[in-house]
Design a protein around this ligand. Structure first.
Ligand code: BGC
Length: 715
C-alpha cells in the first residue's frame, strides 16, 4: 500500500452531508458513518473498483436497535433496559440489532455506552446503564457479545464499539463534553474497569474516545489511556476511533495544538487508529508521514488493526456487499417479541399504595392526562430518528410499531367496556395549561387518573443538559389539579432520566417508571396496571430529591462532617435537606412479596484468590408469580485508601412462582474486592469486609454478614 492508501484507511467521513463521498477514490477513504439506503451499496461498489479494492466499513449509531432505519426493531434505551438486570435479554436485544444492522449493509455500531450515569443534569444519562460501574461492565459485556456473535464473519454479526472512553459522564456540572477532573487512581478504580471487561471478557472490536479532557489532557491525545492501558495492558486487538471531530478539537477547542497538523500528529502518536469526521486529517497526515514525523510503524499499526477487522467481517470475501432481505430480516415477529419483553422488564414500580393491579371490569371511566401519553418521540427517546442526527415527526419514523399508553388503554377500554378520556393538559416544552377546568370536570366523573409526565427529546441528549430537573411546563400544576379531584392518581413516568419528583412520591397513589421503555412501552404499562404482568424491574440509577444533590449515587464515600452530623441528627444531610436520594439504586417493587433468608458464606476467611459464595433463601410469600432482583454488596471496612460505603458485587434475577422458595447462590470473585493504591498498583488487601444481601442498595433492605481476606497481594 502507498502512504496515501494507508492514511485513507484511517479516515472516517460522514456520508450524508459535507459532500465527502466524492472523496472516496481521491483519499482512499476507509470508512463512512451514517450511510443509509442505497448509498451503502453504491459506495461499496466504488471502493471495490479502486486499485486495491479495499472494502469500506460502515459505522452507525444503532444505539437501542438499528433505529436510524425505519424498518428496524426499536428497543428501550440503555438506561431503561438496564432496569431489567437481565443479561440474557441484553444479549438477545443486541443479537436482533446485529442482524438488522448487517441486513442494511452496515458493519459496526457505535454502541454500547459505558459511561457512568451519576449526574442527572447531564444530557446523555439516558444512554448509560446507570450509576454502577460493575453492573455497567456486566451489561456491556453481554451486549457486546450479542452484537459480535461468535465470529464477525457472519450475516448476523456486527462490530461493537465501547464508548466514550473514558469517564466522559463525569463532565463538570453535568455539562456535556466539559473538563473532567478525575485522578488516574479513580480512573483505574471506577471508570476503566467496565472498559477493561469489554476488552478482556467480551473482546470488543473498537473503543471510541470521549470529547473531554481529563485533568488537562484531552483523551484523544492521551497515550497512557489509549496505548498503554487499552492496547498494551489489556491487549485490545481491535482499533480506536475518535469521536466526532475530536482531532480538530485538539486545536480549535482544547487548544493543546497550535494547528491542525499538530493535532493530527498528536492523535496518531497517542494511539488513535481511525479519525471520525476530520477531512483535513488526510492531506495533513500524508505530509506528516512523508516528512518522517509520523513513523511508518505507527501508520502500519493503525492500518493493520482496521484491515484485520475488515477481514474478520468477511468484507474481503463473500460478505463484501452483503445486504439482507428487509422483509425477512427486519422487524420480524420474533424481533418485536424481544422488544416487547424488554419493555415489560424495563418498568419499575416505585410506589404502590395498594392500588395496583386494577381490575379492569370494575372501571367505568379512565382519565388519561399529560404530554407523554401519546407522543412517539418522547416515548422512544434519543437516537431513534427524532434525534439531532435526523429529524422526524410523530407521524413518521417508528410510528407503526409504537403503542403509546393512550393507545393501549383505549384498546383495553374497548375490550373491558370502560371509557377512556384523554386531556393532554400540559406540555413538556411550553407553558400551555388551558384545560384546567376540563381536567377538573373530567376527573369528577373518572374512576382513576393516569398521568403520563416526564420529558421529551428536546430536553435530553447531546447538547441538551439541564440545570433544573423539575417537571417542565405546567406538568406539576396539572398533577396538582388531578390530585385535588381526590381520585386515585397513577403516574406513568416517561422520561429520559431521573427528574426531581418528590411531590409525585408523596402524592401519587402509584408510580411506574419506564424511562424511554421502547415502542411497546404503552402496552407494557397497561399490562402492569391490570396485573397481566408483574413488574420486576429495579432502578440502576438514583433519583435526586433536588437538583442541588447532584451528583447523587449509592456507592459514595463516607464524609467526615456528614458523620458528625449523622450522630446529631440520625442521618447524613445538607443543612437544608438530606443527602439520601428520592429513589435509590436497586429499588423497585413487585405485586409479589419476597422474603430473604439469612445469608451464609462458603467460608468466612478467604485464602488468596478464593471465590466467595453467598447463599440465601428467597421466598415468594404471595399468591402471584414474580421476579426478584436480589442484590449483593460489599464494604471494605479498613483499607489503605478510602473506599465507597458499599459496592455492588453480584446479583441474581430470580423467578419465583407463587409460594415458591429457592436457594440462591451468588459467586464473588476475590478480584472484585481489589482496590487501587496511590502508586496505581491494584491489589487485594487483607482485612475484614461486610457482605450485604437484599432487595436494594438501601441499608434497611440489606442483611449483613462478615468475612475476611487473609492475604494482601497485587493483581
Ligand atoms: C457522539 C457519539 C456518536 C457519534 C457519531 C457523537 O457526537 O458523541 O456517541 O457515536 O457522534 O454519531
Amino acid at each position: 500500500m502507498t502512504v496515501e492508501e494507508k492514511v485513507g484507511q484511517l479516515v472516517q467521513l460522514p456520508a450524508h452531508f459535507g459532500g465527502y463521498t466524492e472523496k472516496l477514490e481521491e483519499w482512499h477513504v476507509g470508512s463512512y458513518l451514517h450511510c443509509t439506503g442505497n448509498m451503502v451499496h453504491e459506495l461499496q461498489e466504488r471502493a471495490a473498483n479502486t486499485r486495491l479494492g479495499i472494502p469500506l466499513i460502515f459505522g452507525i449509531d444503532a444505539i437501542h436497535g438499528h433505529c436510524f432505519d425505519n424498518d428496524s426493531t426499536v428497543f428501550p434505551t440503555q438506561l431503561s433496559a438496564s432496569s431489567s438486570w437481565d443479561l440474557d435479554l441484553a444479549y438477545r436485544m443486541a443479537r436482533v440489532t446485529a442482524k438488522e444492522t448487517r441486513a442494511t449493509g452496515q458493519h459496526w455500531t457505535f454502541s454500547p455506552v459505558l459511561c457512568v450515569g451519576r449526574d442527572a443534569r447531564w444530557g446523555r444519562v439516558n444512554e448509560t446503564y446507570g450509576e454502577d460501574p460493575w453492573l455497567i461492565g456486566e451489561m456491556a459485556a453481554a451486549t457486546i457479545k450479542g452484537y459480535q456473535g461468535d465470529s464477525a464473519s457472519s450475516t448476523d454479526n456486527i462490530l461493537a464499539c465501547a464508548k466514550h472512553y473514558v469517564a466522559y459522564g463525569e463532565a463538570l456540572g453535568g455539562r456535556d463534553s466539559y473538563e473532567v477532573d478525575v485522578s488516574r487512581r479513580k480512573l483505574l478504580s471506577t471508570f476503566l474497569p467496565p472498559f477493561e471487561k469489554a476488552v478482556k471478557e467480551a473482546n470488543v472490536a473498537s473503543l471510541m474516545t470521549g470529547y473531554q479532557a481529563i485533568d488537562g489532557v484531552p483523551v484523544t491525545a492521551d497515550k497512557w489511556l489509549l496505548t498503554d492501558v487499552a492496547k498494551t495492558d489489556w491487549g485490545l486487538d481491535g482499533f480506536i476511533v475518535t469521536d466526532w471531530e475530536n482531532v480538530r478539537s485538539l486545536h480549535t477547542k482544547q487548544t493543546v495544538c497550535a494547528d491542525e497538523k499538530e493535532a493530527c500528529y498528536q492523535s496518531l502518536m497517542a494511539g488513535n487508529d481511525m479519525m471520525m469526521s476530520v477531512p483535513e486529517f488526510y492531506p495533513l497526515t500524508v505530509e506528516l508521514v512523508n516528512e518522517g514525523r509520523v513513523p511508518q510503524e505507527i501508520l502500519d499499526e493503525a492500518v493493520s488493526r482496521i484491515l484485520t477487522k475488515k477481514f474478520e467481517l468477511g468484507l474481503f470475501d463473500e460478505l463484501r456487499s452483503y445486504m439482507g432481505n428487509r422483509e425477512q430480516d427486519m422487524s420480524t415477529p420474533e424481533h418485536m417479541a424481544v422488544s416487547l419483553e424488554a419493555s415489560r422488564k424495563s418498568l419499575v414500580l416505585l410506589k404502590n399504595e395498594g392500588l395496583l393491579p386494577l381490575e379492569p371490569s370494575k372501571l367505568n371511566k379512565v382519565l388519561v392526562i399529560g404530554p407523554n401519553a401519546d407522543d412517539v418521540i418522547a416515548q422512544l427517546g434519543d437516537w431513534s430518528f427524532g434525534s439531532m442526527q435526523a429529524g422526524a415527526t410523530n407521524d413518521t419514523f417508528h410510528r407503526d410499531q409504537t403503542i403509546t399508553t393512550l393507545q393501549a388503554l383505549t384498546l383495553a377500554g374497548q375490550e373491558h367496556g370502560f371509557d377512556v378520556q384523554y386531556i393532554k393538559g400540559a406540555d413538556c416544552e411550553d407553558e400551555t395549561f388551558e384545560e384546567l377546568v376540563a381536567v377538573q370536570d373530567a376527573a369528577s366523573s373518572a374512576d382513576i387518573i393516569i398521568a403520563c409526565v416526564g420529558d421529551t427529546l428536546a430536553q435530553n441528549g447531546e447538547f441538551h443538559d439541564r440545570a433544573n430537573l423539575d417537571l417542565t411546563g405546567q406538568q406539576q400544576a396539572l398533577l396538582e389539579v388531578a390530585k385535588a379531584s381526590g381520585k386515585p392518581l397513577i403516574v406513568n413516568f416517561v422520561a429520559s432520566k431521573p427528574l426531581t419528583i418528590p411531590w409525585v412520591k408523596d402524592n401519587a397513589d402509584a408510580l411506574i417508571c419506564g424511562f424511554n421503555a421502547g415502542p411497546k412501552a404503552g402496552q407494557a404499562f397497561k399490562e402492569v396496571l391490570f396485573g397481566e404482568v408483574n413488574p420486576g424491574g429495579k432502578l440502576t440509577i438514583s433519583f435526586p430529591v433536588h437538583v442541588g444533590q447532584s451528583p447523587v449515587y449509592y456507592n459514595k464515600y463516607q464524609g467526615w462532617h456528614a458523620q458528625n452530623c449523622a450522630k446529631l441528627e440520625g442521618e447524613e444531610r445538607y443543612i437544608d435537606m438530606p443527602t439520601a436520594p428520592l429513589f435509590s439504586f436497586g429499588e423497585g417493587e413487585s405485586f409479589s412479596t419476597f422474603v430473604y433468608g439469612a445469608p451464609t458464606l462458603n467460608k468466612t476467611q478467604l485464602e488468596k484468590g478464593e471465590d466467595l459464595l453467598v447463599t440465601f433463601s428467597l421466598t415468594n410469600t404471595s399468591s402471584r408469580d414474580g421476579v426478584e432482583v436480589a442484590q449483593v454488596y460489599f464494604n471494605d471496612r479498613y483499607s489503605s485508601v478510602t473506599t465507597p460505603i458499599k459496592n455492588l458485587c453480584g446479583f441474581a434475577r430470580v423467578e419465583l412462582a407463587a409460594g415458591e422458595s429457592k436457594q440462591v447462590v451468588v459467586t464473588i470473585n476475590q478480584e472484585q474486592l481489589a482496590i487501587v493504591l496511590p502508586s496505581l498498583e491494584r491489589c487485594v488487601e487483607a482485612g475484614e469486609f461486610d457482605l450485604m444481601v437484599g432487595a436494594s442498595s438501601k441499608d434497611e433492605d440489606l442483611q449483613k454478614i462478615e468475612f475476611s481476606v487473609l492475604e494482601t497481594y497485587s493483581l
